[in-house]
Design a protein around this ligand. Structure first.
Ligand code: CP
Length: 338
């Protein structure tokens, strides 16, 4: 019987190495079942899972809902525009309504940071058994994306058997709009937990110097860091320079919808300097893997020639791995002793 210490999954900053390994071992098992053609297993039969998305989503929402269906859970989908929010109901009351209906897990995406945390605190105060799973909150955290990125990289470097230790001392280059990226923040917690050294590459407006201290101990709102020693974070302003040393690259979407002020002189000048192209990759002598959480802006942060033709472009693997990763998270939350 698997045991799991977290009632809610809101961030990766409180994950221990055992937590990551529990997720990845289950992911391997679910992935084998999917690859063997098993469409459904009865693991969460009788469970009710509710997805509450206040922001657009293709990958996260659909793969969570598919994961829940593959585990035979009942799935409810909340749509803000046709809900009683339009009659003045609060978000907390909405969440409590789903808890009162017997929802076991609320999967929540919101444009404001820490909304899933606030909801989890209220539900706990009401002694609700319902778990909250953060599907992306503001600029804060996107734990399931961080986990699927981590898993995809580990599988690339250890395809036969899953060995998270392969990331130790690897140089992972993260390019682009870090300041607006909850994915990057989750990547930083996850990758440094296994000793990867991160190079953040982009202009100062998108990567302020303080990001070098991002994983300083203890993490925000925690008394301790469950990881005793983390990899480092450095910043480079030059893609031509930093790409030479990378063992893997994660490209981030330029989040124009979150840019409240003019952070770039022009999109063209950004692309001229930081768009990942085959020419940039050829400055590195290794066959490095390329990841992107999606959705992609072709020709702005990543060239179509990489997305469509580069053999080690892992974007589709990330999407495929998202389903068993999310099956593992839903299953583990069901094992938390309430
Ligand atoms: N990566 C990601 O969160 O994609 P969606 O916005 O499509 O869910």
């Amino acid at each position: 019987m698997v045991s799991w210490p977290h009632k809610h999954i809101l961030t990766l900053s409180n994950f221990s190495k055992d937590d990551y390994k529990s997720v990845f071992e289950l992911t391997e098992r679910f992935k084998s079942l999917i690859n063997a053609g098993t469409k459904k297993i009865p693991a969460l039969q009788g469970n009710l899972i509710t997805s509450i998305f206040f922001e657009a989503s293709t990958r996260t929402r659909n793969s969570f809902e598919l994961a829940a269906k593959r585990l035979s859970a009942d799935v409810q989908s909340f749509s803000p525009s046709s809900s009683s929010l339009s009659k003045g109901e609060t978000l907390i009351d909405t969440a409590q309504t789903y808890a009162a209906m017997g929802s076991d897990i609320l999967i929540i995406r919101h444009s404001s940071s820490h909304i899933p945390l606030e909801i989890s605190k209220k539900l706990d105060a009401f002694n609700a058994k319902t778990s909250v799973l953060n599907a992306g909150d503001g600029l804060h955290s996107h734990p399931s994306q961080g986990l699927l990125d981590l898993y995809t990289l580990i599988k690339f470097f250890s395809p036969e058997s899953l060995k998270p230790e392969v990331l130790n001392s690897k140089k992972i280059l993260i390019i682009g709009d870090v300041i607006h990226s909850r994915v990057a923040r989750s990547n930083l917690w996850g990758l440094t937990a296994f000793g990867a050294n991160i190079i953040l590459c982009g202009p100062p407006t998108l990567i302020p110097e303080e990001f070098t201290n991002f994983v300083s101990s203890p993490p925000p709102n925690q008394l301790t860091d469950p990881i005793s020693s983390r990899g480092s974070i450095t910043i480079s302003r030059s893609l031509d320079e930093s790409i030479k040393y990378a063992d893997a690259v994660i490209v981030l979407r330029l989040q124009k919808e979150r840019m409240m002020e003019n952070l770039l002189s022009s999109i063209k000048s950004y692309s001229d300097n930081y768009c990942l192209t085959p020419e940039k990759i050829s400055m590195n002598e290794k066959d490095i893997p390329i990841l992107h959480p999606g959705p992609i802006n072709r020709g702005i942060e990543i060239s179509s020639r990489i997305v469509d033709e580069y053999p080690n472009c892992l974007i589709n693997d990330q999407v495929s791995n998202g389903v068993p990763i999310r099956m593992a998270l839903l299953y583990l939350l069901s094992k938390f002793k309430k």
